[in-house]
Design a protein around this ligand. Structure first.
Ligand SMILES: Cc1cc2nc3c(=O)[nH]c(=O)nc-3n(C[C@H](O)[C@H](O)[C@H](O)COP(=O)(O)OP(=O)(O)OC[C@H]3O[C@@H](n4cnc5c(N)ncnc54)[C@H](O)[C@@H]3O)c2cc1C
Length: 472
């Protein structure tokens, strides 16, 4: 019997013999599934649970922290600790069931989860884990032959000292090119500069770890060792961006911003880049866009780049100027897109949402989406804010978990009239029927069976302690 067959048999036995228990899930009126347990998923789950809904959170990984743990380079330790605590505080709620090591679309089909598990709503909070393809001809041909994508590169860096890491491991050669323009691309340039400078310092007998070097900045660390960055002989890397520093999406412009506000934010963006460049000594090439690979045999050895012009409205046009830059490695960091999930229609590289505020999909009237998978912004605050507003909509408009007028019916009505009024008001204030008890009971058993299959017991805090992060 295959692995899948074994799993189904275990579930069937579990469903037949598990006792009927009264718990938070089996006493619920509305239950919501959330796919992904990180910034956005935890926010949605926590908000819904606070308003009385029961929530089941499915997470493909062992640990619940998503990009905070596997996307951010490991030197962001203060930010990570703060975000870990926020996620755990939200998920540690008796109304929330956590189901780790469960990839929707693979371990449980998406359509089955939505249509036959009995959830009142399903929220996709699965982020964006696939790197957008570098727009040069035959980009695929050069992957891991001179061209590296950001997501696997950071994962390799974060798991550098993890003997159990099975993903591809990368080196950090000097003289690289990073293509991108967001916070993540600045981190990629930093990563290359930190690793190449640390190696040179070590050659000169100066030992410093990456976290300490990142905190001090390269010039200051060199000074403390009695040397200079220039004296290290590091060639350094270059960050290539098709727009200007002022356009980098490292700070966002609020909707309806005045021209003064826009200018102020453009200034902030310039400062963020300049601060990073002065601490980590990488070069920046604005208004330059990759056009083709420079190759030698089966390796990519650089890029041909087109210089761009920008008009007053921000529109980019190609100029006649071309530059060719050789490089030891090209890191593409031009954005992440959602991993396809079987059963969800795509529109190009994105999910085919028919409503981009709530992340709704044709054919799945109970499905919503929250966070990076909808916003496309690599930004924690943007993910959390969006998740908060989607959860607010589900609470108020979809499930009607607000203090509805049913709570404030005139006192002099008889109980019979009040009951009838409550039924009518509930119909008006919710778009969905409460789940019946037998359906909830079946769902509870399915959830418990899956938790048992992956070895999840007890509380999310105990689970996280029992499954620590890889050694850093
Ligand atoms: C290098 C880098 C640097 C960054 N720097 C910053 C920064 O300085 N400041 C900042 O604000 N932001 C930064 N970001 C962006 C920030 O980390 C993300 O925008 C944010 O964490 C996204 O949160 P999310 O919950 O929307 O998505 P994610 O964190 O991606 O969470 C999605 C979750 O869903 C799970 N999942 C996916 N598919 C499935 C499935 N099929 N079934 C079950 N589970 C699934 C994933 O495992 C994950 O846990 C950076 C990102 C990177 C990559």
């Amino acid at each position: 019997m295959g692995e899948q067959g074994c799993y189904q048999l275990t579930c069937t036995i579990f469903l037949l013999f598990s006792p009927i228990m009264e718990d938070e899930l089996s006493t619920s009126k509305y239950t919501v599934a959330v796919i992904g347990s990180a910034v956005a998923g935890a926010q949605v789950a926590g908000q819904l649970a606070d308003r009385g809904a029961r929530v089941v959170v499915f997470e493909q990984n062992e640990r619940p922290f998503g990009k905070i743990e596997d996307g951010l380079p490991r030197w962001h330790s203060a930010l990570r600790d703060k975000e870990f605590a926020k996620i755990l505080n939200l998920l540690d709620n008796p109304r929330i069931q956590f189901v780790p090591k469960t990839r929707i679309g693979q371990d449980i089909p998406f359509e089955e989860l939505v249509r036959s598990w009995g959830f009142s709503a399903v929220v996709l909070a699965n982020g964006s884990w696939r790197d957008r393809l570098l727009p040069i001809p035959e980009a695929d041909k050069w992957i891991n032959k001179g061209l590296v994508y950001q997501n696997p590169f950071v994962q390799s860096f974060n798991h550098e000292k993890d003997p159990n890491y099975t993903g591809k491991r990368y080196d950090y050669p000097d003289g690289g090119l990073v293509v991108g323009g967001g916070l993540a691309s600045i981190d990629m340039a930093k990563l290359l500069m930190l690793e190449t400078s640390r190696a040179k310092l070590a050659e000169n007998g100066h030992d410093i770890d990456i976290e300490a070097l990142e905190k001090k900045g390269i010039p200051k660390a060199c000074e403390e060792f009695g040397t200079t960055f220039e004296a290290l002989g590091v060639q350094g890397c270059t960050l290539v961006y098709r727009r200007r520093a002022e356009d980098m999406p490292v700070a966002s412009v609020p909707k309806g911003a005045t021209p003064e506000k826009i200018l102020q934010i453009e200034g902030q963006r310039r400062k963020i880049l300049e601060r990073a460049r002065s601490k980590f000594c990488f070069r920046f090439l604005p208004l330059t866009s990759p056009e083709a690979a420079l190759t030698d045999g089966d390796r990519l050895i650089g890029l041909r780049l087109r210089k761009m012009a920008r008009d007053g409205d921000g529109k980019l046009t190609r100029t006649d100027e071309v530059v060719e830059l050789r490089s030891s490695i090209v890191i593409s960091s031009i954005g992440s897109i959602p991993e396809p999930i079987p059963g969800i229609e795509m529109n190009g590289e994105l999910f085919a949402f028919n409503d981009w505020d709530l992340g709704r999909l044709d054919g799945y009237p109970t499905v919503f989406s929250a966070g990076n998978v909808v916003t496309g912004k690599g930004n924690i605050v943007a993910s959390r804010k969006h998740a908060g507003s989607v959860a607010g909509y589900i609470i108020e408009k979809y499930l009607g978990l607000t203090d509805s007028p049913a709570e404030s019916l005139p006192k002099d009505l008889t109980e019979e009239v009040k009951d009838q009024a409550r039924v009518v008001i509930e119909r008006v204030y919710t778009q969905v029927d409460p789940v019946t008890l037998p359906a909830v009971e079946l769902m509870r058993k399915k959830v418990a069976a899956r938790q048992q299959a992956v070895g999840y017991t007890g509380s999310i805090r105990d689970w996280v302690v029992a499954h620590p992060p890889p050694p850093a």
